[in-house]
Design a protein around this ligand. Structure first.
Ligand SMILES: Cc1cc2nc3c(=O)[nH]c(=O)nc-3n(C[C@H](O)[C@H](O)[C@H](O)COP(=O)(O)OP(=O)(O)OC[C@H]3O[C@@H](n4cnc5c(N)ncnc54)[C@H](O)[C@@H]3O)c2cc1C
Length: 391
């Protein structure tokens, strides 16, 4: 991660954003989509223009070293990243800004903030990367039970603590952002291989607390698949679930916390199952005349038990918006990978199953079996669905 701080409004770090060329491209697409040359524009208020109420609580001296009520911190912890969040922030509505933002460095500090917040009648909201799209990080104040609000940002707990190469698991602190987490696993030749679209600016704890889904996965899609055990700081103490390869003994305590959005406690770290880094890859983009045709093919791929590493459809509009197509076709991105063996007799059979006459292709991974199989075939149908493949 760079040292540049995250934007208090919007995606990414201060100073980052679309280039003028990218802006023109995106706006050009919107002009076509909405059939107009003109849009009303609203200027986003700058940090100094925001009106924030005076903090209603002040942390005790013991918490002061890692707590703040600075304008930037409060503004940056007011909202997640949903459309309504952006609209309210754009209109300068920061009524729900937290009074205090805490950046604990260990579990004792999490507990201390939890105790203090409880004692002063403040709500406590765990904050990972703040990429929530369902209001999960917005502080709550109801004036009755919660008279003030504290946001608890886990970014200082970001280390991979231990890697067990034999069992392929690692103990990882919950505040690790996706890229930093992967960078720490790389020297061990492992990957968590969990890639929500928000990967760059979301955290392990956030993924677990929201039961997030990875984009580039069809077998291990949800974070649940990777959680071996959890440590959670609760108002009643620290809880650690047992590290088991699997258990059928009653309800799973891990599952109780996975997807709990932080309401039961603060996830401080987790033992996560790892995968070897992929050595062999094969991929293709496949054009379909309609979204429905592409969806039929996805269903067929899923039901065939092929488990591609990536199987994703861009509908014609999304493909158009991203510049991947002209709006007349849906695009399926299909990929296979392995850290163990080249791809594979099974996928070769399936991908070349439908006989074929045409299709524009350019080799993406020359030498992989899928590409070779596909180049040798030239299908117009994938699992019975009309298609056009680009390799
Ligand atoms: C552009 C974009 C793309 C996205 N793509 C995907 C996607 O592909 N797949 C997907 O599933 N979601 C996606 N999301 C939604 C969001 O990124 C996920 O929900 C993500 O898991 C949130 O992680 P975070 O670290 O940002 O958590 P936050 O947004 O900070 O928090 C999310 C929730 O978890 C709680 N929480 C956070 N950390 C902890 C912790 N350590 N202990 C207890 N509770 C905690 C918070 O209180 C909140 O309720 C996307 C969002 C955006 C803006």
């Amino acid at each position: 991660m760079t040292d540049t701080r995250l934007k208090h409004y919007g995606w990414g770090r201060e100073g980052e954003g679309m280039s003028e060329e990218e802006r023109k491209f995106v706006l050009g697409r919107y002009h076509v989509k909405f059939g107009t040359d003109e849009f009303d524009t609203v200027a986003v208020p700058g940090l100094e223009e925001l009106s924030l109420r005076e903090p209603r609580i002040v942390p005790p001296a013991s918490l002061a070293p890692f707590c703040t009520s600075e304008r930037y911190d409060r503004a940056a912890h007011t909202y997640g990243k949903s459309y309504p969040d952006y609209v309210r922030a754009m209109l300068g509505n920061y009524d729900s800004a937290p009074d205090v933002v805490a950046y604990p460095r260990n579990e004792s500090e999490i507990s201390a903030v939890m105790d203090w917040a409880g004692s002063v009648g403040a709500s406590l909201t765990p904050f990972g990367g703040g990429s929530s799209v369902c209001g999960g990080v917005e502080p709550r104040v109801d004036g009755i039970k919660h008279k003030a609000a504290v946001s608890l940002d886990l970014r200082n707990l970001s280390k991979v603590i231990e890697v067990d190469s034999l069992s392929r698991v690692a103990s990882i602190e919950a505040g690790a952002y996706g890229p930093f987490l992967e960078n720490q696993l790389k020297p061990h030749n492992f990957t968590l291989r969990h890639f929500p679209q928000s990967f760059e600016y979301s955290t392990l704890g956030g993924w677990i607390a929201t039961r997030s889904g990875g984009h580039f996965a069809s077998l291990h899609t949800h974070i649940d698949d990777f959680v071996e055990s959890l440590r959670v700081v609760t108002p009643a103490g620290v809880l650690e679930t047992r590290r088991l390869p699997g258990s059928g003994a009653g309800p799973s305590p891990d599952r109780m916390f996975i997807g709990s959005e932080g309401i039961l406690g603060v996830i401080s770290r987790a033992w996560m199952r790892l995968q070897p880094r992929p050595k062999f890859r094969a991929g293709a983009s496949v054009r379909f005349p309609s979204f429905f045709d592409a969806a039929c093919a996805v269903r067929a791929v899923a039901q065939a038990g092929l488990y591609p590493s990536n199987c994703r459809i861009l509908d014609p509009q999304e493909a158009f918006n991203t510049g991947a197509a002209d709006g007349s076709a849906a695009i399926m991105v299909l990929a296979f990978e392995s850290g163990d063996h080249p791809w594979t007799p099974g996928s070769r059979v399936h991908l070349s199953a439908a006989p074929t006459t045409a299709g524009r292709r350019s080799p993406r991974q020359p030498g992989t079996r899928i590409s070779k199989a596909r180049q040798a075939s030239g299908a117009t149908r994938l699992f019975g669905c009309p298609m056009r493949a680009n390799f």
